[in-house]
Ligand binder design. Structure first.
Ligand SMILES: *Cc1c(COP(=O)(O)O)cnc(C)c1O
Length: 407
């Protein structure tokens, strides 16, 4: 039997053709394909001001750096996320401050409130599995007079914004909607990931979506971010490669975080069939799981759609009621016997060695631990057939029965 993999990249003939086109064009790094990918993301998110970078981690660092966040500053993040959310904060010299989540896996605005200090410069909500965080609650919170009064701006950008920055880690949420607005169009800045396992991919990559309020000019910010992602160099290599374009200047100590065209080509071909095909198929898969599992009282179904808010169907975060972490681990071992790949998103950061050494304890994050201990992420991708979905759901049900009956 073939193994049902967890999240294979979507590679069809159109993707291969687009990459081939890049290879044969004589230009493989940042150039026309990146520009087309940026336009395609802008179109899908209603935005003006999307910059492709070489990873979401880079995008997070770029945004924090631009906002002037550094040593002595604090950035509030959920304990329940991938390590990159925290590490991006470390890498620019600031302190990630973790808070617990709500039962929908997203950062708890009430816990955020208790954690804001005069050093807080940004909050990074994470849209786990593509389900948007509670942005309305976070935005109401940061403009409350007492919270605004605590804000202590130390850079021109911080003075201009006059409040805490909401920087969304949208690594999972490309294609999601929050109260009718597309992910990317909600937070001040949203970072998507196009890593190989994400729902749109460029092998490695990501993008920065700029939606800063006036008096910021997002077109101008785009140029600033681009400069910051390319050594602070006034011309990219493509522009320099055009005859007579050799002169350039370095106007700031920028990072090197640009996306190559050869990578952008993969994502570009995928985005052309995103709305009509890719997200529709993901939804089909997730709804199939819902339809099967809704008749099992031991299953806690994830939020997929509530009113005008919808996930991107990045993966299906199933939770089992009343089981322990050990029972969940045994269930996963059983599921693997059916040649079905599943995952757990995520091991809360306070359970990982590095974060333990910085003083975090999982006991302080009970909701994160509860979600983690009962979670099994099921595969969601366009090519999963009904037959394969039957194998996945059967594997979950049989494994549950086996584990529960053996106790
Ligand atoms: C994948 C992921 C990232 C990092 O994305 P990269 O593009 O690999 O840097 C960040 N946050 C979350 C929640 C992720 O799942």
């Amino acid at each position: 039997m073939n193994i049902i993999s967890f999240s294979p990249p979507f590679i069809d003939n159109d993707v291969i053709k687009e990459v081939n086109d890049s290879l044969l064009s004589g230009w493989i790094t940042t150039g026309p394909k990146v520009q087309q990918l940026e336009s395609a993301v802008e179109e899908l998110t209603d935005l003006k001001g999307v910059l492709c970078v070489n990873s979401a981690t880079s995008g997070l660092m770029l945004a924090l750096k631009w906002f002037g966040v550094g040593a002595g500053d604090e950035v509030i993040i959920p304990a329940y996320t991938y390590a990159a959310t925290a590490l991006a904060v470390y890498h620019i010299g600031a302190k990630p401050v973790m808070v617990d989540i709500k039962s929908d896996f997203t950062i708890d605005p009430e816990k955020v409130r208790e954690t804001i200090t005069g050093r807080t410069k940004a909050i990074i909500p994470v849209d786990i599995a593509g389900w948007p965080a509670d942005y309305d609650a976070l935005y109401s919170l940061i403009v409350e007079p007492e919270v605004k009064a605590k804000f202590n701006p130390t850079s021109d950008e911080q003075k201009k914004l006059g409040r805490i920055l909401i920087l969304s880690d949208g690594a999972h949420s490309f294609g999601a909607t929050y109260k009718g607005k597309p992910s990317g169009f909600i937070a001040d800045i949203t970072i998507f990931s196009f890593h190989a396992v994400k729902n749109v991919t460029t092998a490695e990559g990501g993008c920065v979506c700029l939606k800063l309020p006036a008096p910021f000019d997002n077109n101008e910010l785009f140029r600033k971010f681009k400069l910051m992602s390319l050594n602070g160099q006034t011309k990219d290599a493509f522009t320099k490669s055009i005859a007579g374009g050799w002169k350039y200047d370095i106007v700031m100590p920028g990072f090197k975080m640009n996306m190559p065209d050869i990578c952008a080509a993969i994502g570009l071909a995928q985005l052309r069939k995103y709305k009509k095909y890719l997200i529709k198929e993901r939804k089909r898969v997730a709804l199939t799981y819902d339809n099967v599992f809704k008749s099992y009282e031991w299953v806690e179904l994830p939020s997929l759609q509530v009113g005008n808010t919808s996930t991107s169907f990045h993966f299906y975060p199933l939770r089992i009621k009343n089981i322990t972490e050990q029972q969940r681990d045994r269930m996963i071992n059983e599921i693997i016997n059916y040649d079905v790949s599943v995952n757990v998103h995520f091991i809360p950061l306070p359970m990982l060695s590095f974060f333990k050494t910085t003083g975090y304890k999982i006991n302080d994050f009970p909701v994160s631990y509860d979600c983690y201990s009962r979670e099994i992420s099921l595969p969601v991708y366009p090519l999963l057939t009904s037959e394969q979905l039957g194998i996945v759901t059967n594997a979950v049900i049989k494994s549950y029965n086996k584990v529960i009956n053996s106790d």
